[in-house]
Design a protein around this ligand. Sequence first.
Ligand code: SAH
Ligand code: SF4
Ligand code: F3S
Length: 475
Amino acid sequence: MPNIPNSPKLFIKTYGCQMNVYDSDRMSDALAPQGYQTVPAADGADLVILNTCHIREKAAEKVYSELGRLRALKERRLKAGQPLTIGVAGCVAQAEGEEMLARAPVVDFVVGPQAYHRLPGLVERARDGERPVETEFPEEDKFEHLPAASKKVTLGRGPTAFLTVQEGCDKFCTFCVVPYTRGSEVSRPMAQLLAEARGLVDAGVKEITLLGQNVNAWHGDDGTGAPSNLGRLLFALADIHGVERLRYTTSHPRDMHDDLFAAHRDLEKVMPYLHLPVQAGSDRILKAMNRQHTAHDYLTLIEKLRAIRPDIALSGDFIVGFPGETDADFDATMSLVREVGYAQAYSFKYSQRPGTPAATNDAQVPEDVKAGRLARLQTLLSEQSHAFNQSVVGRTLPVLLDRVGKRDGQLAGRTPYLQAVHLDAPAHRRGQIADVVIEAAHPNSLSGRLANAPDHTPHHTPHPTHADLAKGDAA
Ligand code: SAH
Ligand code: SF4
Ligand code: F3S
């Protein structure tokens, strides 16, 4: 992006989940009409926004250390006569609200995730010396009032994009802050999402990842006033010319419905990868977590998925040391992991979050026990992901080359199974889906080479959808 002199500069630092990544882009879109130009570091910025995460204690603490660093910058800038405005957004902002102003005098405004469309006004008030806090859940639809991802704002952000379809959560797992920081579940209407997806495709996007804390609970208006579902949304998106890959995250095992299975079965564009967190393998713990399903229910879902899409790569989230977790409970988690075989997974020590039911449970597990269990689980999970990466060596896979690589002359991309691949490829291939021969597996990535000679146009036409085939107009 060109450096426009005299335009105010905005830097957003993003913590937490992909929803925050999406929101950070929407915040810079919301401030663009005010002339704000987004820059990659705090140094030259006039406005810094921290988009924060509250999910575990460590995540929330990071914000205060960052604010400490920013205080020094703000003081230096003040002496130089160049004021710096600092805002806190995201889930810590929502959870702490007014408290943040008292705890961190460097903060000029606080804005919760439901109020980003009100940012321009908040920034103005902050610059006038007021310290506004906006953490209400406003009546109006935020998405109606935010500039949608459009060609103008999205160009240059690469061939992959997030699209938030659903926000908030009504599940109230007893460990989790999300229902409090993001509010109750809201699904965006189908028409709004299809329009945003078309805008993304016009801007060069090939792969769209649908986002929601419970993305498969999406039940947006189908245009007739009736609720739709995520499976049907995937079918509608797959019909958009130019959409080549679809993903969605994060799913809850309770919301895996038939249309979603059908999407995995029938749509080539839906990538064979599913992030389906289970958290624990013991029914007793699952119950105490209020997950509302058993380990058997979960394993049955996995079996059903593998029956319709045998190559599907699975990913999950795990919590060890939930209050009351015994050695036997933890062993049940280990057996479940062995039974499933994950391509990738995230695992965490249980963290007590203020305001959640489990935080005040008397049976907290000692820190050293949690650490021991986490180490055992992570060893198993990394063996599994390494084995999965190893299993694709020698295969030719379509890789979406979405970014420049670590070394000159390299590009990096993702396989359908979301594995990162590094390879030598000319820069102009960036943004394309190329056939890549996978040559080696490393702990967290793969390396490979382009399957075709550099001057040979590779196969990267979109796979026909069932709808295309039905219409008889498939390539
Ligand atoms: N909506 C998703 C999870 C969102 S939070 C779902 O239901 O699966 C992302 C992950 O953070 C969770 O899956 C869980 O593994 C972890 N997590 C959430 N709260 C936590 C806590 N209090 N301590 C440790 N890990 C937690
Ligand atoms: Fe949190 Fe549970 Fe909702 Fe996921 S489903 S966001 S873990 S409360
Ligand atoms: Fe964190 Fe909020 Fe996402 S707590 S994980 S940023 S929804």
